[in-house]
Design a protein around this ligand. Structure first.
Ligand code: F6P
Length: 355
């Protein structure tokens, strides 16, 4: 092997640069050239690439984002783009590709591998919802940011005797809400895996008032939705029909809707039912920005090194994964087969502290 490509696809996440750096530095041991494909699959369709030298990756370990850019482009949306992708792999002499991404990016990787491209996947996402790996890098950073936010919201909620509803990302999995909620001591955690019930939420919060706790923090995952629409607001804010709150009806190239705003709906309902002052904080993209935690830098570095080792061993069509303390490789098809949702044993622990 002489030349490999690397790309980052989907939503950015802290630790992407640590993987890129690890791949470039590990490849040096084998004298391989590493070509950075710009903006995810879009760069492969358009033939936009740049050589990644030692100089390009110098100093990027603590930097958030991705130095080669990203996009949510799906070459399989259009057969012509699939052909352009395959042609450019040949044209640029890429003997293998390291694709760093979540389920959408890795699903494309799987399909391109089926078409004969040598690919290895690296699991990234703040959502931690990829199967086959205990953790994705980026998740620990997002949980740390959300935990710090919950800590800060505690003092202002207490001073003003308010219920503050804090919304975190995670798409259809409640990992960030559960972990940050436990770490930050949230009084209620609402996740997509367990449709919520306003009667239960308000009973829990009332129990706090009865104990003299005149404030509460409710952590909600953006993909959470009510068990039944038993609210005075009805389904006015729900554009999906199942209670899931979306920002628009538009979908991205992979069919994902843009979630966000459920916290407003919950805060209004709590105010109506309990006659308390409520406020909303939506953390949004702040959870994805900035420097990765030490944990994410280490995990991303281990993944990058393992990805190059897979290529060296002609172990293609795989995703590197963390299982226990070991980095292993699993078929890409296993990684994208289903969304990894929150472990209910963990959620049971979180519930002990509700109310
Ligand atoms: O998958 C990562 C993620 O941050 C989700 O938690 C969130 O729903 C989505 O991406 C937001 O995407 P965008 O950056 O396109 O708004």
């Amino acid at each position: 092997m002489k030349k490999i490509g690397i790309l980052t696809g989907g939503g950015d996440c802290p630790g992407l640069n640590a993987v890129i750096r690890a791949v470039v530095k590990k490849s040096r041991q084998y004298d391989w050239e590493v070509i950075g494909i710009k903006n995810g699959w879009e760069g492969l369709i358009k033939g936009e690439m740049e050589l990644l030298s030692d100089y390009s990756v110098s100093g990027i370990l603590p930097k958030g984002g991705t130095i080669i850019g990203t996009s949510r482009t799906n070459p399989f949306s259009d057969e012509k783009d699939v052909q352009k992708t395959l042609q450019n792999v040949k044209k640029f002499g890429l003997e293998a590709i390291v694709a760093i991404g979540g389920d959408d990016t890795l699903n494309v990787a799987k399909r391109l591998h089926e078409k004969g491209i040598n690919i290895i996947g690296v699991p990234k996402t703040i959502d931690n919802d990829l199967s086959g790996t205990d953790y994705t890098f980026g998740f620990d950073t997002a949980v740390s940011i959300a935990t710090e936010a919950i800590d800060r919201l505690h003092t202002t909620a207490e001073s003003h005797h308010r219920v503050i509803v804090v919304e975190v990302m995670g798409r259809n999995a409640g990992w960030i809400a559960t972990m940050a909620g436990i770490a930050g001591g949230a009084d209620e955690i609402l996740i997509p895996e367990v449709p919520f019930d306003f009667d239960e939420i308000c009973n829990n919060l009332k129990a706090r008032y009865d104990r003299g706790k005149m404030f509460s923090i409710v952590a909600v995952a953006e993909g959470a939705y009510p068990k039944v629409e038993n609210t005075s607001l009805g389904s006015a804010n729900s554009s999906s029909g199942n209670g899931l709150i979306t920002q628009t009806n538009e979908k991205d190239a992979f069919g994902n809707v843009r979630l966000g705003g459920i916290a407003h709906y919950i805060a209004k309902e709590i105010k109506n039912r309990m006659n308390v002052d409520t406020r909303v904080t939506i953390l949004g993209h702040v959870q994805r920005g900035g420097s990765p935690t030490a944990h994410d830098r280490i995990l991303a570095t281990r993944f990058g090194v393992a990805a190059v080792e897979c290529l060296k061993n002609d172990n293609f069509g795989k995703m590197v994964a963390l299982q226990g303390d070991k980095i292993i490789s699993i078929p890409l098809s296993d990684a994208v087969s289903e969304t990894k949702t929150v472990d209910m044993n963990l959620y049971e622990i979180a519930k002990i502290f509700f109310g």
